[in-house]
Design a binder for this molecule. Structure first.
Ligand code: PMP
Length: 438
């Protein structure tokens, strides 16, 4: 094993010295990505990888997409990277119109930010202000960002900072079927148990009105955990009766990734009061935002402005990316290619003891690794899996409550051949781990 090129080793040492130690780096020998094309990236040593994590879902339509590059270059050629949102920005209005329409939220308005954290912060600000209460509901194992408010509604222990929360938060069930109390329940009975728990929280744990429930339709950092379809509709029925708002965090699940819906919450038959987005929309350029019913969005009194939110460069990139997704019907591609991969993983699950579970929807799918002897979560195997897939030229993610979940979310542009290629590598790595574990 020749190790990484000395340049990368030197960069790693400098990184460790000057960046916070809580910034996560993948791999024993972290890679430095220096170029990309299509659905592949190349590291500093010249090794090429098929990318099944897409920069944690930021590169939604792959790398070096001419349509995006040209849109950004056209804006750069005007001499304006950004002036200020104090002035009209045509691309911002155009993008807001498209997103408002796609959201299906009635009378929708859009506010652009630079990240998912800021988007959720804005949604929480709107909800708590509209409802005049600091009480919020969120989901167990959630992740919503790293600012003060977003940390409060995050419940994934390894990602939750020990801040003093400014919000009064209660956490609900939805992705906890592994708990003894829920084991063996049908979807309908599990949903009923979750709704009973919500009613109990509302009756006992909160001291006055509740502002909102914020939830990820499929939990990202939580390990792509999926509540059964219909859970959020059942929650919303209870919440609607009390006037509690519903915020769908679509930072990972938006823009057709789940294949079966354009926004993840549509899989539950729910139109939320607000939805938040970020990550993939700019295809690598920083853009996030919140969509809300107009009356909620307009309720804030003070002048509000994000200096860079909605700037012409990220708007150019986001318009081009969104148009590309729609023009090429990438939602259908996500459904088609995702089905191939998930079916292949389910087949591997049948014969490999290290595979505890396979789940997913469209191009958002996960594998849980377990000790074949005991069935216990095996986080060390997930670390090994990352090294194996790296060797074989595939980038994947990991996460989950116990750190034993592999998360895959390729660009929505992957071809069927690339889907089969990536599936092949995933299965080979699983077989290697399975042989070792026996
Ligand atoms: N919400 C979800 C569901 C996320 O996955 C993330 C990022 N992992 C965020 C919010 C925060 O987004 P950002 O890192 O852009 O602030």
């Amino acid at each position: 094993n020749p190790g990484p090129p000395s340049g990368s080793a030197e960069l790693l040492a400098r990184h460790r010295a000057v960046l916070p130690n809580w910034v996560n780096l993948y791999y024993d020998e972290p890679i430095e990505i220096v170029s990309g094309k299509g659905n592949r990236v190349v590291d500093a040593s010249g090794k090429s990888y098929l990318d099944f994590f897409a920069g944690i879902l930021t590169n939604m339509i792959g790398y070096d997409v001419p349509e995006v590059r040209e849109a950004v270059e056209r804006q750069l050629a005007t001499g304006i990277v950004h002036t200020s949102t104090l002035y009209l920005i045509r691309a911002q209005v155009e993008l807001a119109e498209k997103i408002a329409r796609l959201s299906r939220i009635p009378d929708a308005k859009v506010f652009f930010t630079n990240s998912g954290t800021e988007a959720n912060e804005t949604a929480l600000l709107l909800a708590t202000y509209a409802r005049k209460t600091d009480q919020v509901l969120a989901m167990r194992q959630s992740y919503h960002g790293r600012s003060f408010g977003a940390v409060s509604v995050t419940s994934n222990r390894s990602w939750k900072n020990n801040s003093l929360s400014p919000l009064n938060v209660h956490f609900l069930h939805g992705a906890d079927r592994h708990l003894a109390q829920f084991r063996g329940l049908s979807d309908a009975d599990y949903i009923k148990a979750c709704v009973d728990d919500l009613r109990h929280v509302l009756a006992t744990a909160v001291s006055n009105d509740v502002a909102a429930l914020i939830a990820e339709p499929i939990q990202g950092v939580g390990g792509f955990t999926m509540a059964p379809d219909g859970l959020f509709a059942a929650y919303k029925e209870v919440l609607d009766a009390e006037g509690v708002l519903f915020i769908s965090d679509e930072v990972q699940t938006g823009w057709g990734r789940t294949g079966s819906a354009f926004f993840g919450i549509e899989n539950h038959g729910v139109v939320p009061d607000m939805l938040t987005f970020a990550k993939g929309l700019g295809n690598g350029f920083a853009v996030g935002g919140v969509v809300a019913r107009g009356e909620l969005m307009d309720a804030l009194h003070a002048v509000g402005l994000s200096t860079f939110g909605g700037n012409p460069i990220s708007m150019a990139a986001a318009n081009a990316t969104l148009d590309y997704v729609l023009d090429h019907d990438l939602q259908a591609n996500a459904a088609r290619t995702g089905d191939i991969i998930i079916a292949g993983l389910r087949e591997a699950e049948q014969r490999l003891g290290v595979v505890g579970a396979v789940r997913g929807r469209g191009l958002m799918f996960a594998i849980e690794l377990v000790d074949p002897a005991t069935g216990a979560p095996a986080p060390a195997l997930a670390v090994r899996f990352l090294e194996e897939t790296k060797k074989l030229g595939l980038l994947v993610g990991k996460g989950g409550l116990y750190g034993n979940t592999l998360r895959m979310a390729p660009p929505l542009t992957i071809t069927e051949d690339e889907a089969r290629e990536g599936l092949g590598i995933l299965v080979t790595a699983l077989e290697t781990l399975n042989d070792e574990a026996r």
